[in-house]
Design a protein around this ligand. Structure first.
Ligand code: ADP
Ligand code: MG
Length: 198
């Protein structure tokens, strides 16, 4: 079952002379049960790719947080109740009825975290989740991520490290906003890293 499907997705930051084409015609499919790692140099568009699924600007905080629950089949009223409870738990109840453009970047991030925490996620997005952690804790997080995917979630993991990408079923390489390669798990990923100098 396809959980995530991107077809010819482009994303530009800014406009005019300062426009940055962060993604250019990206195609990506992630199936249930599959963990896909995204690798590539700094600035290649990895975070932009994951942020496509960040807050939806036409929905309030409560609606953003309840959306995945509703997509999982929960009744809207119940989903909204869960969402409000989750926002309260994270200490941002005052954002409940605000739209993303009425929040600071930090507030948007907290709402996004909130959304990642509610319910049983069918799609797990992790942008260098081990960045600020020691290697033991980092491995533990990857193990949890792998487990969630083995249980049927679809996972997208941004990482710099080949040994982290080794947990993935597939590695997608980005360069300048374009998918330049896709490969199987660890060993071939590492050899590709050597040949492309990513
Ligand atoms: N909010 C933003 N405004 C302008 N440019 C941005 C913004 N976010 C990212 N970029 C630019 O888009 C490109 C891709 O960035 P990003 O997706 O963060 O790459 P990565 O996560 O692979 O390092 C870079 O050139 C970066 O400078
Ligand atoms: Mg990034």
């Amino acid at each position: 079952m396809v959980v995530l499907q991107l077809s010819d997705v482009s994303r530009t930051h800014g406009s005019g002379d300062t426009a940055v084409h962060a993604l250019r015609g990206v195609d990506l499919v992630v199936q249930a049960g599959e963990l896909v790692a995204v690798m590539g140099p700094s600035g290649s568009g990895k975070s932009t790719l994951l942020n496509l699924f960040n807050l939806i600007s036409s929905l309030t905080a409560a609606e953003n947080v309840s959306l995945p629950l509703e997509l999982d089949g929960m009744r809207p009223r119940q989903a909204r109740k869960h969402a409000r409870a989750a926002l309260e738990e994270v200490g941002i109840r005052e954002l409940t009825d605000r739209y993303p453009d009425q929040m600071s970047g930090g507030q948007q991030q907290r709402v996004a975290i909130c959304r990642a925490l509610v319910g049983d996620r069918r799609l797990v997005l992790a942008d260098e989740p081990t960045g600020a952690l020691d290697s033991v804790t980092g491995e533990a997080i990857l193990q949890v991520l792998r487990h969630r995917c083995d249980q049927g979630a679809a996972g997208l993991l941004v990482t710099h490290e080949a040994r982290h990408a080794a947990w993935a079923d597939r590695v997608v390489f980005l360069r300048d906003g374009v998918v330049v390669d896709t490969t199987g798990p660890a060993p071939s990923a590492e050899s590709l890293l050597e040949t492309t100098g990513v």
